[in-house]
Design a protein around this ligand. Structure first.
Ligand code: C2E
Ligand code: CA
Ligand code: CA
Length: 617
C-alpha cells in the first residue's frame, strides 16, 4: 500500500508540474492536492494499523474498501490526466501518456493480491487510454495505445496466475496451522480421556509456580491413584478398563471448579491443580469428596465396578517449591497412604520430610555397606498348634549398619526395592538362610521372602534357582513367600516366574494375604501352596467381630482351595483360643517366639512355655 501511494503521488506531482504553466490552477494544483490529502489519510490509516492483526471480518471490510477506492481512484486519475491533455503540446501530451501507462503498471503490480482491484485498474486505465490516444490519429500515440493494450492483457494474465499461487500458499498455510493444532492436541491431551496429559500437566505446573511466586499465592497439587485398577483390567479386559478410566476422568472433572486443572499422568494415575480452598482442612475435605465420588459404583455396559481411590496432596509453597518436588511429595503422601490404608486422602506433612530423609540416609548407607558382613538372617518358627510341632522357620533379614545401627527390614527392604539393590540383598540373604537350613532336621521347612524385583526378570530368577540347587537343601523343603502387591505390577511375568519355582519343587506362599487387591481369579491362576493371613486381621481377632469374620472366611477360602494357611502375628492366648475355634492350625507370631538368631533355632521348642514367655519378651 505505501509503495502504491508513493508511486501515485510522485507521478501525479511530476505531471502536475509539467502542466503548471499552461493548465488552470484548479486542474494542475488543487486536484493533485486533493489526491495528496486522500493518499495521506490512507497512509496514516495504514501506519497505525500496521502491527495489528485484523479479524477476518475487518480484513474482509478493508479489502472491499480497497476495491471501491481503486475504482474511484482510477476514474479520477484518468479523468484528470485526460483533462490536462488539451493544455499541452505533443511532448507534454506524451508525458500524460507516460504518466497513465507507468502509474497504471505500478498500481497493478502493487494490487496483485487484491485481484479484483487489479483488474478494475487495468481495464479502467487501458480502455480510456487506448480509445483516447488512438483517436488522436498520431502514429506514435496510436503505437503507444497498441503497446498499452498488449501490456494490459499480459498484466491481467500475470495477476491471475500470481493470485492463484498466492491463494495456494495461503491455503497450504491454513492446512499447516490446522495440522499444528492437531499436533498440539496429540502432544498435550490424553487420547483416552481427553484430559491434559503428563507433559501439559508439568508445563501448567511450572506456569502456576511462576504465577504463585509473583503474586505470593498458594495452590495444591493432588495425585490420585485407583486402588486395584490393575486386577480389573486383567480380569475384564482393556476395553472395560478404558471405559472405567473415562468415567473416572469425568467424575474427577465434575468434582472440581473450573479454575482447577485435571490431567491423566498415565495408567490409573491422575493429577490435579487446585487454587481455591480456605485452608488445609478444606483442601483435605475437597480431596475426600473426590475420593467419595470415585467410590460410587461404576455402571458400565459389561459390568458394575466398585473401587476406591487414594489421593496424596501437597501445598505450595509450604512443603514443596519446585514442580518436581511438588510431584514427588504428593506422590509420596499417596504411596504412604496406600501402604497403610486403602482409599482416602493424605496431605504431605513435616513428618514425611523426615521419613524421606531417613530413606535417603538408608539408601546411602546401603550403598556404602559391606552387606556380606552387615546382613544376618533371623528365623521365626511356624508352629502346628494342634501337634505343638515346629513345621518351618521364616527367614527374616536383619541389618546392623555401622552408621545407622540396627535398621528394620520394614524400612530398608522398601528402600532397596526402590533403588534396585534388593536383588543383591535377596541372593545374599538366601545364601545365608540356606546354609543355616542345611543344619536343621529334614522335616523342617524354610520360608523365604522374595520381592517383586526378584520375580520380574528371568535373569534374577535363574540366580535364585542356581543358589537353591547348589545349597544341598531339597527344593521341596523351601517355601517362597510373595506378596499380593507383587502381582499388581506384571501379573503374567510373576506367574511365569512362580511356575518355574514350582517346577523346581518349591512351595509358594502368598504373604500378607488380605491387604492387597488381588482377585480370586488371580489367586487361582497361581500355583499357590500356602496363604499367610496378615497380622492386621489377627491383632484384635478376639475382640473385633469384623476381623473375626475376615479370618474365618480366609481360613474357609484356604480349605476350599485345598492349601495350607498360616496365621501371622499371633501374640496372645486370647487370639490363640479364637483361632483354634476357627480351625486355624499353622501359627506364626510372638505367642510362640520372636524371630531367633541362627544359634537359637536348634533349641527352640513350642512346648517350652517358660522359654516361650522369655522369647516373646
Ligand atoms: P513379613 O514377611 O510379613 O514378616 C513378618 C513380620 O512380622 C516380621 O517383621 C516379624 O518379625 C513380624 N512378626 C511376626 N510375628 C509377630 C507378632 O506376633 N507381633 C508383631 N508385632 N510382629 C510380628 P520383620 O522381621 O521386621 O520384617 C518386616 C517385613 O520386612 C517382612 O514382613 C517382609 O515383608 C520384609 N522382609 C523381612 N526379611 C525380608 C527378606 O529377606 N526379603 C524380603 N524381600 N523382605 C523381607
Ligand atoms: Ca513373609
Ligand atoms: Ca507377612
Amino acid at each position: 500500500m505505501p509503495i502504491m501511494y508513493s508511486i501515485l503521488l510522485v507521478n501525479a506531482w511530476a505531471l502536475a508540474l509539467v502542466f503548471s504553466s499552461s493548465a488552470p490552477t484548479w486542474l494542475w494544483l488543487y486536484v493533485p492536492l486533493g489526491f495528496t490529502a486522500l493518499c495521506a489519510v490512507r497512509l496514516i490509516g495504514w501506519w497505525k494499523s500496521r502491527h495489528r492483526i485484523p479479524t477476518a471480518e475487518i480484513a474482509f471490510r478493508a479489502l472491499k474498501q480497497t476495491k471501491i477506492l481503486s475504482f474511484i481512484l482510477v476514474a479520477t486519475l484518468c479523468a484528470w490526466s485526460l483533462a490536462l491533455h488539451p493544455y499541452g503540446d505533443t511532448s507534454m501530451q506524451a508525458n500524460v501518456a507516460f504518466f497513465m501507462a507507468i502509474t497504471g503498471v505500478g498500481v497493478i503490480i502493487c494490487l496483485q493480491q487484491v485481484p479484483i482491484a487489479a483488474y478494475v485498474v487495468t481495464i479502467g486505465i487501458s480502455i480510456p487510454f487506448v480509445s483516447h490516444f488512438f483517436s488522436t490519429g498520431l502514429v506514435s500515440f496510436m503505437a503507444m495505445s497498441i503497446d498499452v493494450a498488449l501490456v494490459s492483457i499480459t498484466l491481467l494474465l500475470v495477476v491471475f496466475v500470481q493470485f492463484r499461487h498466492f491463494s495456494g500458499a495461503i491455503d497450504a498455510r491454513s492446512k499447516l496451522e490446522a495440522a499444528n493444532q492437531e499436533n498440539y492436541k496429540l502432544a498435550n491431551l490424553d487420547a483416552l480421556t481427553g484430559l491434559n496429559n503428563r507433559r501439559r500437566f508439568f508445563a501448567q505446573l511450572n506456569q502456576t509456580i511462576e504465577k504463585a511466586q509473583a503474586d505470593k499465592s498458594r495452590f495444591a497439587v493432588g495425585i490420585i491413584d485407583l486402588d486395584g485398577f490393575k486386577p480389573i483390567n486383567d480380569l475384564y479386559g482393556h476395553a472395560v478398563g478404558d471405559r472405567l478410566l473415562q468415567e473416572v476422568a469425568k467424575r474427577i472433572t465434575a468434582s472440581l471448579d473450573e479454575t482447577s486443572m485435571v490431567a491423566r499422568l498415565g495408567g490409573d494415575e491422575f493429577a490435579i491443580l487446585m487454587h481455591h480452598y480456605e485452608n488445609n482442612d478444606a483442601l483435605t475435605e475437597q480431596g475426600q469428596q473426590i475420593c467419595a465420588a470415585l467410590n460410587e459404583p461404576f455402571l458400565l455396559p459389561e459390568t458394575t465396578i466398585q473401587l476406591s481411590a487414594s489421593m496424596g496432596l501437597v501445598v505450595y509453597p509450604d512443603l514443596a517449591q519446585t514442580a518436581q518436588e511438588l510431584y514427588v511429595r504428593a506422590d509420596y503422601a499417596l504411596c504412604n497412604r496406600k501402604r497403610t490404608r486403602r482409599g482416602g486422602v493424605a496431605l504431605f506433612a513435616d513428618k514425611h520430610i523426615q521419613e524421606i530423609e531417613q530413606a535417603t540416609r538408608i539408601e546411602q548407607a546401603l550403598n556404602d555397606a559391606d552387606l556380606e558382613q552387615e546382613l544376618r538372617v533371623h528365623f521365626q518358627p511356624i508352629v502346628d498348634a494342634q501337634d505343638q510341632k515346629t513345621i518351618a522357620f521364616e527367614a527374616l533379614a536383619r541389618w546392623t549398619s555401622p552408621v545407622l545401627g540396627n535398621v528394620s527390614p520394614g524400612e530398608f527392604i522398601p528402600v532397596a526395592e526402590r533403588s534396585g539393590k534388593v536383588k543383591t540383598l535377596t541372593l545374599l540373604l538366601l545364601k545365608k538362610a540356606l546354609s543355616c537350613a542345611t543344619t536343621w532336621p529334614k522335616d523342617i521347612r524354610l520360608s523365604f521372602n522374595l520381592s517383586t524385583h526378584d520375580l520380574s526378570s528371568m535373569e534374577s530368577l535363574l540366580k535364585i534357582v542356581a543358589l537353591v540347587e547348589k545349597s544341598g537343601v531339597a527344593p521341596s523343603r523351601i517355601d517362597f513367600e510373595i506378596t499380593e502387591t507383587a502381582m499388581a505390577y506384571d501379573f503374567e511375568q510373576v506367574r511365569s516366574s512362580v511356575e518355574m519355582l514350582k517346577r523346581l519343587g518349591c512351595g509358594l506362599a502368598l504373604d500378607d494375604f488380605g491387604t492387597g487387591f488381588s482377585s480370586l481369579t488371580q489367586l487361582h491362576a497361581l500355583p499357590l501352596t500356602k496363604i499367610k493371613i496378615d497380622r492386621s486381621f489377627v491383632t484384635d481377632l478376639n475382640t473385633n467381630p469384623a476381623s473375626y469374620k475376615i479370618v474365618k472366611s480366609l481360613l474357609a477360602l484356604s480349605r476350599d482351595m485345598d492349601i495350607d494357611c498360616v496365621v501371622e502375628g499371633v501374640e496372645t492366648q486370647g487370639e490363640m483360643q479364637a483361632l483354634s475355634q476357627l480351625g486355624g492350625r499353622l501359627i506364626q507370631g510372638y505367642y510362640y517366639s520372636k524371630p531367633l538368631p541362627e544359634d537359637e533355632v536348634s533349641t527352640f521348642s513350642p512346648q517350652d512355655m517358660d522359654a516361650r514367655t522369655k522369647r516373646a519378651g
